[in-house]
Design a protein around this ligand. Sequence first.
Ligand SMILES: C[S@@+](CC[C@H](N)C(=O)[O-])C[C@H]1O[C@@H](n2cnc3c(N)ncnc32)[C@H](O)[C@@H]1O
Length: 283
Amino acid sequence: MKIIEGRDLYRIQLKHLHPINEIDFYYKLLIQSFFKMSNTIIALSPESVFETEQERLIKNALEELKEQKPLQYIIGEVQFRNLKLKVNSNVLVPRPETEDLVGWIIEDYINIECSKKLIDFGTGTGCIAISLAKEQPLFETTAIDLDQDIIDLASRNSQENNININYIKHDLTKLESLDLKVDIIVSNPPYITPDEREVMKPNVLDYEPHQALFVPQNDPLLFYRSILDYAHLNLNKKGNIYFEFNPLFLKEMKNLILTYSSYLITERKDIFDKVRMLRLEKQ
Ligand SMILES: C[S@@+](CC[C@H](N)C(=O)[O-])C[C@H]1O[C@@H](n2cnc3c(N)ncnc32)[C@H](O)[C@@H]1O
């Protein structure tokens, strides 16, 4: 099969799922990632013929895309701010809004002159922790998740990006046994309720880990409450908490935070104009 024939095959078989420009983008990214071919080579050699094994990989990936598997899981990699991170089925594919959350923290701490202890609760790929530590070398960063295989992936991601992070395997709902004083807390914990499944797309619902997505219907703010209890004892005065959260629960989030009566709250919107991030400044 020639490169251009593969592209046409993708266009035909995926046209019911994606617009043509997206299909071409996926196809190019797969070839680049699988065979390390540059954009220029792909553009200049449409008549080059794939080897048998290459053709098999391209056709397998097409089958996976038809099943709506996210491209990032197929190539096993994702771009987050200026990092390349490995992803697998144990972790969420990092989202653009989370890049904005990181950007907010970097803006706030751009001019610091001494080190700050930071903790990232529910680290997944390590995207938040690693990008923060890379962009602000004065952050001393700890990252936490529930499973060892997730910690192993995040740890590999930080090694490959030459970043030093202290990883801890710990349950976010049992933070009373964690004793670490910090200046900054950041978290994008699970925040989708089971009721929302109906409006979720198969590429998320069938492939992304439910442990990273869902919270109990009857206690959707469980993780935030646990982190706020932790912060009450362990966040230094003048420290900040940054949360990504479910815009459906803005009112409930604010009410919860107000019960701690120690924070100045600032909201930030995502690209869809929904308030999805909060900064809490400890007074
Ligand atoms: C929404 S994902 C966020 C991942 C990553 N920080 C990001 O922004 O892409 C939530 C993360 O919380 C972790 N998690 C879920 N329940 C947990 C628990 N009880 N204790 C610790 N981590 C938990 C999941 O494994 C997942 O990595």
